[in-house]
Ligand binder design. Structure first.
Ligand SMILES: C[S@@+](CC[C@H](N)C(=O)[O-])C[C@H]1O[C@@H](n2cnc3c(N)ncnc32)[C@H](O)[C@@H]1O
Length: 236
């Protein structure tokens, strides 16, 4: 089992609507590449973000988790999905738009893997193609790691989240889901999600060696800093 396989059946219920992220990506495409027809999502998970583009795009996704991909394929039968790493897999194709959102890039905890992802993304983009991604900042990871554990009820069970700081720029999310089984026994599912971040100026400088950075903003559509929560980049 790989990371997220345990989490997969609960992921959409627990994470809720991600329409705001879909809107940000749609606006960037409309503004910078309205003719785009194909879209690849790096770390596509259960396909809920890709589903927002199903009417107008040929969809492709890559993820490490077989169980997340199985849900995505059920949701989007015509999408082409690959199981593999987002840090440099060769897909032998180019795409008009490549996205990597909802903290997925932060799941790569070695900076060298961020570099591999950027190099591979450039190779897989058509000329004029767009790369749109987000990242949790170092400040957000530090804020998250200082909050106490929390428990969230969802329709069929409960989720407990403990965020453990492991370095100034790294946290581990310990996720425990409990759900009653048909026989009344409590089933427990556990997931450990490691996230890292790097200074946004370092990331911007790295991007500039391969892309033109068209836009950079935080969730309030303001100039981002390392204390912003999530930062979005739109690159060509
Ligand atoms: C936070 S989820 C986001 C899923 C999806 N983008 C969404 O917003 O619904 C992160 C996803 O990235 C995948 N992932 C994490 N590290 C990965 C890696 N190195 N290679 C491939 N997939 C990875 C996980 O399996 C998970 O599905």
């Amino acid at each position: 089992m790989s990371h997220y396989d345990q989490f997969a059946p609960f992921y959409d219920t627990v994470m809720g609507d991600r329409g705001d992220v879909i809107d940000i990506i749609s606006d960037a495409i409309t503004h910078h590449h309205p003719a785009a027809k194909s879209l690849l999502e790096l770390g596509c998970g259960t396909g809920s973000i890709m589903a927002g583009f199903a009417d107008n795009f040929e969809l492709h996704g890559i993820d490490q988790s077989a169980n997340m991909l199985q849900i995505a394929q059920h949701k989007l039968p015509s999408a082409t999905l690959h199981q593999g790493t987002i840090a440099g897999s060769e897909l032998h194709q180019q795409y008009d738009v490549i996205i990597c959102v909802f903290d997925t890039l932060n799941h790569l905890t070695d900076y060298s893997d961020w570099q591999k992802l950027l190099a591979s993304t450039k190779k897989h983009l058509c000329s004029n193609g767009l790369f749109i991604f987000d990242m949790n900042t170092i400040g957000r990871l530090q804020t998250l790691s200082s909050i106490p554990s929390f428990i969230q009820d969802f329709k069929t069970g409960t989720m407990e989240m403990i965020i453990e700081p492991v370095a100034a720029n790294e946290v581990i999310w310990h996720v425990t889901i409990q759900e009653p089984a048909a026989d009344g026994a409590i089933q427990v599912y556990q997931e450990r999600v490691h996230e890292a971040s790097f200074p946004i100026d370092q990331v911007t400088a790295e991007l500039a060696t391969r892309f033109e950075v068209l836009e950079r903003f935080d969730s309030n559509h303001e100039q981002p800093t390392d204390s912003s929560d999530r930062v979005y980049f739109v690159c060509r």
